[in-house]
Each structure stands twice: as structure tokens, then as C-alpha cells.
Ligand binder design. Structure first.
Ligand code: PRP
Ligand code: URA
Ligand code: MG
Length: 215
């Protein structure tokens, strides 16, 4: 696995919270709360390399040197549905961020992502983009999202996922080596249905409540 390009955020708080999410009977409320808390911690790490510039400012004791993040504010890109669960956590840290939305539904038979929605904010070429989705399984949904972002001019793209499968990381690395992936855990493998093992199960269903039927 050492050939995979991925940053595992193995902070004790992250490891503890992720284990709580793996519990068999984790409630929707608890799962949703932990998703938000983890997203907040991950956003802290993923924004570590945002560039800073200095500027003169008036402080209480006279002129001082202030610091500010350079350039246009980031756009957060939740992948519908499950990515919405991470949105508030990232916004806690980057409250001025703009939000672009991508809708993809993984076909349960073919495991291919089926696009159903996209809406991007202005100046995508000038903003860092932070894609959020709890699960990176085969990598199909992430690659499709990155392609949509690049088509709209994005050049600075990061992906934040709670759990990643090695198979999917490899697919994203090969298709888009410029994209940095952050995860709370790099798990073992995918099962025959494309679920991450040990993973979290169906993250969308756990955040929103189980779907009545699948289309
Ligand atoms: O890496 P992949 O194999 O593409 O799988 C990962 C995708 O599958 C899940 O979404 P799903 O399509 O189940 O939609 P949901 O968010 O509505 O549950 C998950 O949230 C990712 O978007
Ligand atoms: O393990 C997985 C794979 C795809 N989508 C999920 O919600 N979980
Ligand atoms: Mg789902």
C-alpha cells in the first residue's frame, strides 16, 4: 500500500471518533454528529498549506503586521447525498467558503457513478476546491467529480473522505495525480458489492436515514 498517495489523519481524536462510527448499532443522530466532528478536524489539516500574506494593520497598541489567507475563498464541494453530512463541519472552520454541489448516485449493479446534478460557483479557476464525501470506494464518484471540477477550470483540488479503500485511492491517484486525498482511515479492501471493509456501511443511509427504495 506504500505506493498510494494519500494523507491519513491519524490524530487520536480522529481515530477515537471514527471507531464510534463503526459500531454496529450507531444511531443516525450519533453517526451524523460524528461525521460533522470528523469533517471539522479534517478541514483543519487539509487547510494547513493555505498560503498567507502579511499586511499592516492598526492594533490596540499601534501599527502591527497582520496575516491573512491569500486569494479567493475556497469552494467546498459536497457529493450528494452523503457529502452533505460533512458540510457544516468544514464550514465551521471556513465559514466564508462558497459551496458548489455535485450529485452522483452509484449504480448498485455496475458500481458506476450516475450524475444527476451539478452547480458551481463563479471563479472556479481561482478557488481551492475541497471535495467532501465520507466514502471513497471504487473511486468512480471521486474521479467523476474531479473531472467536472477540472472542466470548470479548477486547478487546486483536494478530496476529504472519512474512509478510503486502497482500490479507489489507486484509481484516483492514477487518473488525477495532482489531487491530494485526505482520509481518517485507509481500510482493508472492497467486498463483492463494492462496500469498504471494515468501512462504515452505507454512509448516506446512516446520515439521512435509510431510503424507502433504491432507484
Ligand atoms: O467510490 P465509489 O465506488 O464511487 O463509491 C462511493 C460513493 O458511494 C456513496 O454514495 P451513493 O452513491 O451511495 O449515494 P448516497 O450518498 O446518496 O448514499 C458514497 O457517499 C460515495 O459518493
Ligand atoms: O462502503 C461504502 C461504499 C460506497 N458507499 C457507501 O456508503 N459505503
Ligand atoms: Mg449510499
Amino acid at each position: 500500500m506504500s505506493d498510494l498517495k494519500i494523507t491519513v489523519i491519524d490524530h487520536p481524536l480522529v481515530r477515537h471518533k471514527l471507531s464510534l462510527m463503526r459500531e454496529k448499532d450507531c444511531s443516525t443522530y450519533k453517526f451524523r454528529t460524528l461525521t460533522k466532528e470528523l469533517a471539522r478536524l479534517m478541514a483543519y489539516e487539509a487547510s494547513r498549506d493555505f498560503e498567507i500574506e502579511t499586511f499592516p494593520m492598526e492594533g490596540w497598541c499601534g501599527e502591527i503586521i497582520g496575516e491573512q489567507i491569500i486569494g479567493k475563498t475556497a469552494t467546498i464541494v459536497p457529493i450528494l447525498r452523503a457529502g452533505i453530512g460533512m458540510l457544516d463541519g468544514v464550514l465551521d472552520l471556513i465559514p466564508t467558503a462558497k459551496i458548489s454541489v455535485v450529485g452522483l448516485q452509484r449504480d448498485e449493479e455496475t458500481l458506476q457513478p450516475v450524475p444527476f446534478f451539478e452547480k458551481f460557483v463563479s471563479h472556479m479557476d481561482k478557488r481551492p476546491a475541497l471535495i467532501i464525501d465520507p466514502m471513497l470506494a471504487t473511486g468512480g464518484s471521486m474521479v467523476a467529480t474531479i473531472e467536472m471540477l477540472k472542466k470548470n477550470g479548477c486547478t487546486n483540488i483536494k478530496a476529504l473522505v472519512l474512509v478510503a479503500a486502497p482500490e479507489g485511492v489507486r484509481v484516483v491517484n492514477e487518473a488525477h495525480p495532482d489531487v491530494t486525498i485526505y482520509t481518517a482511515a485507509l481500510d482493508s479492501h472492497l467486498d463483492e458489492h463494492g462496500y469498504i471493509i471494515p468501512g462504515l456501511g452505507d454512509a448516506g443511509d446512516k446520515i439521512f436515514g435509510k431510503q424507502l427504495f433504491n432507484k
